[in-house]
Design a protein around this ligand. Structure first.
Ligand SMILES: [Zn+2]
Length: 279
């Protein structure tokens, strides 16, 4: 996979007067060109999503930070976003902040100096952020809204160039949709995702994502209705995701389960022994 020029790993790319991005060398199906690490500030710096604990990536952050890193914020604790926080803290003495990690095997056990509360305001030297709680992709997911320029650091709540996987039980489709809608109430100028490029027109993008999920939900609903008998995820998958390439079906099965669980929670369908049918 060849990354577009300004998403090459290891290069500090300036995005505006106070924000720069360094891409981690972990390109892949789930991570696109790699995890975006953001450096925010001028005199003293905040690192958002330090990424995987990769030697070359940590060195790239340190050389761009040049002794000015004071805070390390994590949008969530998945392994492509948080593990470098521990090493970077040791090397810089910076304070770490995140919501405490749920007990899953895809979360890094970050012992953060500060456990964020939902919608907490963070004053990090010159930069102030609102930690907007956005459960859905992960129960402890927050987006950070930088008040000076309206840039929202979205982690894996919104990715550019690919669809976010919702992986139950920690991932939850109903919470995800509510968290997307919550963003529509905020004064956001631009989205800075955990993977991919900046996205302008944030509210239009959020609306597009909500509509995309609701269209998928309807396909899932129709697949259950048309199955004619209680159906497993294996039976429903090719029907509800007939427009998605087969190589992505393993991932799609996770989001399918999340859609089905939402429809069960909404009282539309019933689940018994892993089989789904209309109520
Ligand atoms: Zn994630």
């Amino acid at each position: 996979m060849t990354a577009p020029s300004d998403l090459r790993p290891g290069i500090a790319q300036r995005l505006d007067g106070e924000v720069a991005r360094i891409v981690a060398p972990n390109a892949g199906m789930m991570t696109g060109a790699g995890t975006n690490t953001y450096l925010v500030g001028t005199r003293e710096l905040v690192v958002i999503d330090p990424g995987p604990d990769d030697e070359s990536h940590v060195q790239a952050i340190l050389s761009a930070g040049a002794g000015r890193i004071r805070w390390i914020l994590c949008t969530h604790t998945h392994f492509d976003h948080a593990p470098a926080a521990a090493r970077l803290k040791v090397l810089t003495g910076a304070q770490t902040a995140a919501m405490s990690a749920p007990l899953t095997d895809h979360d890094f056990r970050l012992d953060a100096d500060r456990n964020l509360a939902p919608d907490e305001l963070l004053q990090c030297d010159g930069a102030s952020f609102r930690a907007v709680h956005t459960p859905g992709h992960a129960s402890n997911h927050v987006c950070f809204l930088l008040s000076s320029n309206g840039m929202l650091f979205t982690g894996d709540h919104i990715m550019q160039g690919s669809t976010v996987v919702i992986w139950p039980p920690d991932g939850n489709m109903r919470a995800y949709l509510e968290s997307l809608r919550r963003l529509l109430e905020l004064d956001i100028r631009v989205l800075a995702p955990g993977h991919g490029y900046l996205m302008e027109s944030p509210h239009a993008e959020v609306e597009r994502l909500v509509q995309h999920r609701l269209r998928r939900e309807d396909k899932v609903r129709q697949a259950v209705l048309q199955a004619g008998e209680p159906a497993t995820i294996e039976i429903l998958l090719p029907r509800a995701y007939d427009d998605v390439p087969k190589v992505l079906h393993e991932m799609a099965a996770l989001s399918l389960r999340a859609h089905l669980e939402k429809l069960v929670e909404d009282g539309e369908i019933h689940c018994s022994h892993g089989r789904y049918c209309p109520r």
